[in-house]
Design a protein around this ligand. Structure first.
Ligand code: ADP
Length: 457
C-alpha cells in the first residue's frame, strides 16, 4: 500500500462519526477528503469549524483545513479515484417499523463503486445489520466492479469522540481479505504514533498509553459485534431502570444497590445507573435494528424488546412521579434542564430530556427548557408551546418544579440555594440520580430521583 504518510483517505458522511474520523486522520498527516451530500455541512467545515459541538473538534478541523490536509467536498468524482482507503460513515436511520434504513449506506457504496482505484479498501464504519457487507459485495460482483470490503465498526462515544478514537479499546476489522484488514490496522497503528500530538492540538488530556487491541474477524462477526455491544449496554441501562422501579416501590436506594452489585467484578458498575433512560442516534436504533434483523432470520429477541419497553416508559414514569407530588401538572410552571441525550454533546436525537419536556407540556404544564449546547438541535423535536431559555436561571425562574435531565457539569454545580430562591415551588427532580439527596433537601427543596425515594416501610 506504499508509504503510509502519502496514502489518501476519503471519509463519506460528515456527521459525528465521519467528521471526527476525518479530522483525526487529517491531523495524522494523511490527505483526507470528506464527502457529504449536505452542502451546508460541507461549507461550514470549509470555514474550519464543525457543525456540531464536540470537545476538541473545532481545533482539529481548523488545523487540518489550514494545513490543507482536510478537503471537504460534495463530489465523489474528485475524491474517490484518488483514495486508497474509503471510510463510509453515513447514517443508518430507523425505518418506521424499527428496521434500519440502509438507503444511505447503499447509495454511498454505489457512488463509490465505479470510481474505486485498484487495491482501494472500502471500510464500512456505519452501523449496519449483520449480512449487509455480503449484500453490498454481491451488488458489486453483479456489476462486475470489484471491491475490497472491510467492516470496521465505530465505537466512539459522542462527548468523548476524539479521545475514544485516539485511545480506542479495540479496533475490529472484519473481512475475508486478511491483507486488507491488516492495511486498515496499519492506519490505526499510524494513529497511535500521532495521538499525543493530536490530543494536544485538540486541547484534550492524553490518556494512559496502551498498545492497540486489534481484532480481526469475519465480516459477519464484525457487523454483529457492533450492534451486540450497543444492545448490551442498552440492556444494562434498562435493567437498572427496571430494578429502580422496584427500589422506588420498596424504599431501597438504587444507587446504593447498584454500587454494591457493580462491585462484583463479574458484573461491573458501568451502565447500571438508573435514570431517564437512554437516547441518542445509536442505542434506540441499534436495539430496534437488532430485533428487526434477527426477525429476518426467524430469531426472537424478547430480551431487547423488554429493554426498549422499559426505556420508553422512563420519561413518563418520571413525569408521573412529579405529578403525584404536585397534585396536577396542569397550570404548573416547570423547567427541564438538559436537552442533549447526554452531557458533552449537542446531539438531541431521541433525547429523553426532550421526550420528558413534551410529556410535561402535553399534561398541561407550562414548560421552559434550557441546554448549554443543544437548544438549537432540540428545537425541531420540541412542542411549539415549550419555551426555550438562554440560561438555566432564566428557565428556572418562577417554576414549581425543575427536572435535571442531562448531567452537564453546569447543572451538577448548580447553586441549589439560589435555585430554590428563584423557584416559586419546591420540587427538584433529579432524572440522572446525580445529586446528593440531603444537599437538595437541606436547601428546602423536595427531592425526587429514579429509584431513590420510595416510601420507606
Ligand atoms: P452519525 O452520527 O452516525 O455520524 P449523522 O447523521 O450525524 O450520523 O451523519 C451522517 C452524514 O452522512 C450526514 O451528514 C449525511 O448528510 C451524510 N450522508 C448521507 N448519505 C450520504 C451519501 N450518499 N453520500 C455522502 N454523504 C451522505
Amino acid at each position: 500500500m506504499g508509504d503510509s504518510k502519502q496514502e489518501v483517505i476519503s471519509v463519506i458522511g460528515a456527521g459525528y462519526v465521519g467528521l471526527t474520523t476525518a479530522a483525526i486522520f487529517a491531523n495524522c498527516r494523511y490527505k483526507v477528503y470528506l464527502i457529504d451530500i449536505n452542502k451546508d455541512r460541507i461549507n461550514k467545515i470549509k470555514t474550519g469549524k464543525s457543525w456540531f459541538f464536540e470537545p476538541g473538534i473545532d481545533q482539529l478541523v481548523e488545523a487540518a483545513i489550514d494545513q490543507k490536509n482536510l478537503i471537504p467536498t460534495t463530489s465523489y468524482d474528485t475524491a474517490i479515484p484518488d483514495s486508497d482507503f474509503i471510510f463510509s460513515c453515513v447514517s443508518t436511520p430507523e425505518n418506521p417499523d424499527g428496521s434500519p434504513n440502509l438507503s444511505y449506506a447503499v447509495n454511498s457504496f454505489e457512488s463509490c463503486l465505479p470510481l474505486l482505484k485498484e487495491k482501494a479498501v472500502f471500510i464500512q464504519k456505519s452501523t449496519v445489520p449483520v449480512g449487509t457487507g455480503a449484500q453490498l459485495e454481491a451488488l458489486a460482483a453483479k456489476r462486475r466492479l470489484p471491491v475490497t470490503y472491510v467492516s470496521s465498526p465505530e465505537f466512539l462515544r459522542e462527548g468523548s469522540a476524539i479521545t475514544d478514537t485516539l485511545w480506542f479499546d479495540r479496533i475490529v476489522c472484519g473481512s475475508d481479505n486478511t491483507e486488507a484488514a491488516e492495511a486498515v490496522i496499519g492506519l490505526y497503528r499510524q494513529l497511535e504514533q500521532c495521538r499525543g500530538h493530536i490530543a494536544t492540538l485538540a486541547e484534550l488530556k492524553p490518556k494512559q498509553s496502551n498498545g492497540g487491541n486489534y481484532i480481526i474477524t469475519t465480516r459477519n462477526s464484525a457487523e454483529l459485534i457492533k450492534v451486540t455491544s450497543n444492545a448490551f449496554l442498552a440492556l444494562k441501562i434498562s435493567f437498572a431502570n427496571n430494578i429502580a422501579k422496584l427500589a422506588d416501590a420498596t424504599g431501597a436506594d438504587i444507587n446504593e444497590v447498584m454500587d454494591a452489585v457493580g462491585a462484583d467484578h463479574r458484573i461491573g458498575r458501568a451502565f447500571l445507573s438508573a435514570g431517564r433512560g437512554y437516547g441518542g442516534g445509536c442505542f434506540p436504533k441499534d436495539v430496534s435494528g437488532l430485533i428487526a434483523s434477527a426477525a429476518e432470520y426467524d430469531v426472537d429477541m424478547p430480551i431487547l424488546a423488554a429493554a426498549t419497553d422499559i426505556n420508553e416508559s422512563m420519561p413518563g414514569y418520571i413525569a408521573n412521579k412529579a405529578q403525584e407530588r404536585l397534585g396536577t401538572l396542569t397550570g404548573k410552571n416547570v423547567a427541564v434542564l438538559g436537552l442533549s441525550f447526554k452531557a458533552g454533546t449537542s446531539d438531541a436525537r431521541q433525547s429523553p430530556g426532550v421526550k420528558l419536556a413534551n410529556i410535561l407540556a402535553r399534561s398541561g404544564a407550562a414548560v421552559s427548557v434550557y441546554d448549554p449546547h443543544a437548544n438549537g438541535e432540540a428545537k425541531a423535536e420540541l412542542r411549539n408551546d415549550i419555551s426555550i431559555s438562554h440560561s438555566a436561571m432564566e428557565a428556572i425562574a418562577g417554576t414549581d418544579a425543575i427536572f435535571i435531565a442531562t448531567n452537564w457539569q453546569d447543572f451538577l454545580e448548580l447553586d441549589i440555594t439560589q435555585t430554590r430562591r428563584a423557584m416559586s415551588g419546591t420540587l427538584f427532580v433529579d432524572c440522572m440520580n446525580a445529586f446528593d439527596i440531603s444537599d437538595v433537601e437541606r436547601c428546602g427543596l423536595q427531592y425526587i430521583g429514579v429509584g431513590r425515594n420510595g416510601v420507606v416501610a
